[in-house]
Design a protein around this ligand. Structure first.
Ligand SMILES: Cc1cc2nc3c(=O)[nH]c(=O)nc-3n(C[C@H](O)[C@H](O)[C@H](O)COP(=O)(O)O)c2cc1C
Length: 386
C-alpha cells in the first residue's frame, strides 16, 4: 500500500546548514533501498518533508528521522494512503525555499512533481505543502523546549490533604505554582449495578466523598467531583440531596464543580439540560469531561453551556508530535475561549505535552507529571536554575 507521511520540524541550533546536502545524499541512498521517495523543503528554520512509499519502508525511515538530533519538534501533519506518488523521482530531494523568489517558489516545488495527473490542490498532501511554502500556519508552530529543560520537583507547598475513602488529585496551574482545584475521586470498588440502582449508588458515593472532602480540604478550595450524568436525571431529588450533602460537609455550592463525561451525557439531552439549569441556579459549576471522546463533539457546547471542559489522556497523549491532535485541540480551545469556558487538560504524563498545551493557551492541568504518588505536588523547575 502506498503510504504518505508528512511532517515538519525545526532545525537544531547547533546544526550548520552546510551539512544538509551531505545528509540528503545519504538519505537518498537509504530511501532508494526502501523504495521511498519524496521531497524535503527547508526555509532556513523549519523542515517540511513528504515521504512516500510502501508502508513498512516509510515507517522505518520516519522512525529514524524522528530520533535524529539534527532537528527537533517533529510534528506529524499527515499519515495517509494514495494511489500514486507525488514526488517519485529521487530517493530524496532537498529544496531550499530561500533560493527562489517568493512569486515563483510554489510552482518551482510543484515542477518537481511526478504524478501522472497534474498536481492539484484537491490533494491534502499538496495543500499542506502549499501552506508550508506560503508560511500560512506559522503562528501555530509552538516550539516546545526539550523535556529535560524541566525537573518536576515534589514540594509541600501544594500538598494535598490525606484522607481515606477518597483519592485527591490536584488541578494545577504549573507556572503560577497554584493548586486551582482538588479533584475528589471516591476510592470504592465499582458496584455491578444496573439501571436506576446504579445512579442511586453513584449519588450515595458522591455524597460520602463530599463529606470526606469537606473535612479534609483547605477552606475555600474548589472541589472537582465526577458524577454520572444520568444520576442527575434519574434519581428523584438528586440535586436537592447533593445540596444537602454540600451544606452538611461545611462547603458551599460555589466551591463545587461537577464533572460529567461527554460519553454519557447525550442520551437524554433535554432532561440533562434541565438538571444543569438547576445546578447552575444553585451555584454549582459544570464541567464536561473527556470532551471530544464522545459522539456529541463541539455541538454539545451549543446545548449545554458548561463552565469548564476537561480534555483527557486520549487526545493529549503525544500532542506535541501530532498535527491532527493539535488541530482538534486548537479548535476546542478557540471555541471555548469564545464561550468563556475554561479548559482543563488532564492525563498529562510528559513535559512536552504540558509545554505544547501551555503554549496553546491552556492554564489548568492534571496528570501524573504533576501528581506522582503521594500527596506532594510536583512543580516544574528550570533544571539550570536548580
Ligand atoms: C530533516 C531531516 C530529514 C531526513 N530525511 C531522511 C530521509 O528521507 N531518509 C533517510 O534515510 N534519512 C533521513 N534523514 C536522516 C535520518 O534521520 C537518519 O540519520 C538516517 O536515516 C540514518 O539512519 P540511522 O541514524 O538510524 O542510521 C533526515 C534527517 C533530517 C534531520
Amino acid at each position: 500500500m502506498l503510504t504518505t507521511i508528512i511532517y515538519r520540524s525545526h532545525i537544531s541550533d547547533d546544526v550548520p546548514v552546510s551539512i544538509l546536502p551531505g545528509m540528503v545524499e545519504k538519505a537518498s541512498l537509504l530511501n532508494a533501498s526502501h523504495q521511498v521517495t519524496g521531497i524535503l523543503l527547508f526555509n532556513g528554520t523549519h523542515f517540511f518533508q513528504i515521504l512516500e512509499g510502501p508502508e513498512e519502508g516509510v515507517l522505518d525511515i520516519y522512525n529514524r528521522i524522528c530520533q535524529d538530533p539534527r532537528h527537533h519538534n517533529v510534528v506529524e501533519l499527515m499519515r495517509d494512503y494514495s494511489p500514486s506518488r507525488r514526488f517519485g523521482n529521487a530517493g530524496m530531494e532537498l529544496f531550499d525555499l530561500r533560493t527562489h523568489d517568493r512569486g515563483s517558489v510554489l510552482q518551482a516545488v510543484l515542477d518537481r512533481g511526478t504524478s501522472k495527473y497534474r498536481l492539484t490542490y484537491d490533494d491534502r498532501g499538496l495543500q499542506f505543502l502549499r501552506t508550508f511554502v506560503e508560511a500560512r500556519e506559522k503562528e501555530n508552530y509552538f516550539e516546545v523546549l526539550p523535556a529535560d529543560y524541566w525537573d518536576f520537583v515534589p514540594n509541600d507547598s501544594g500538598a494535598l490533604p490525606p484522607a481515606s475513602g477518597v483519592i485527591f488529585r490536584p488541578v494545577v496551574d504549573p507556572l503560577g505554582r497554584e493548586v486551582t482545584a482538588i479533584e475528589a475521586i471516591p476510592d470504592v470498588a465499582p458496584a455491578e449495578l444496573q439501571g436506576d440502582a446504579r445512579y442511586t449508588h453513584n449519588l450515595k458515593v458522591i455524597m460520602e466523598a463530599l463529606r470526606i472532602a469537606g473535612n479534609a480540604c483547605p477552606d475555600g478550595m474548589t472541589l472537582y467531583i465526577s458524577i454520572l450524568p444520568l444520576t442527575l436525571v434519574s434519581v428523584p431529588g438528586a440535586i436537592g440531596q447533593l445540596l444537602g450533602a454540600i451544606d452538611n460537609a461545611g462547603l458551599v455550592p460555589q466551591q463545587i464543580i461537577l464533572g460529567v463525561s461527554e460519553t454519557e451525557v447525550i442520551s437524554q439531552l433535554d432532561e440533562f439540560t434541565t438538571a444543569v439549569r438547576q445546578l447552575k441556579e444553585a451555584g454549582i459549576s459544570l464541567s464536561i469531561d473527556n470532551f471530544g471522546d464522545g459522539s456529541a463533539g463541539l455541538s454539545l457546547l451549543a446545548y449545554v453551556q458548561p463552565d469548564r471542559i476537561r480534555i483527557g489522556g486520549n487526545i493529549v497523549r503525544d500532542i506535541h508530535r501530532s498535527g491532527p491532535k493539535q488541530a482538534v485541540v486548537q479548535a476546542v480551545i478557540r471555541c471555548c475561549s469564545a464561550l468563556e469556558i475554561n479548559v482543563i487538560a488532564a492525563g498529562i504524563e510528559r513535559a512536552e505535552e504540558w509545554m505544547w498545551l501551555e503554549a496553546a493557551g491552556v492554564i489548568d492541568f492534571q496528570g501524573s507529571l504533576f501528581s506522582p504518588e503521594g500527596t506532594a505536588v510536583a512543580w516544574p523547575e528550570n533544571r539550570e536554575a536548580i
